[in-house]
Design a protein around this ligand. Structure first.
Ligand SMILES: [Zn+2]
Length: 105
């Protein structure tokens, strides 16, 4: 049993949540624009906001995938830069952290 199994489980749950949401955002982004120009302006603004969300969520997905990879490889919890163990409190607050506090600063 992996000591980070609980973290992996939580990360996987978050990952599927993000993917479901991202699929919705994606559908919104690709729907046809309304014919009315005023509605169109609103819709375009809405799409700009959605694009920001899409970007943020995609970044988070990549971070989670990275963390899950480190868990399966057994390198999770060690700083990717200096190799020192990452403070468990930091991992608790930020489970996808790849580096220790001093290296991330
Ligand atoms: Zn470090």
């Amino acid at each position: 049993m992996n000591e980070h199994e609980k973290t992996a489980k939580a990360l996987k749950a978050r990952l599927s949540e993000l993917r479901t949401h991202l699929a919705k955002v994606d559908r919104e982004l690709h729907k046809a624009l309304p014919a009315d120009s005023e509605d169109q302006a609103i819709e375009l603004e809405n799409q700009e906001a959605l694009e920001v969300i899409e970007e943020t969520e995609t970044t988070e997905i990549h971070r989670i995938e990275g963390a899950l990879k480190r868990i399966s490889e057994g390198t999770y919890g060690a700083c990717a830069k200096c190799g020192e163990p990452i403070d468990p409190k930091r991992l608790e607050a930020l489970p996808t952290a790849a580096t220790c506090i001093s290296c991330s600063a």
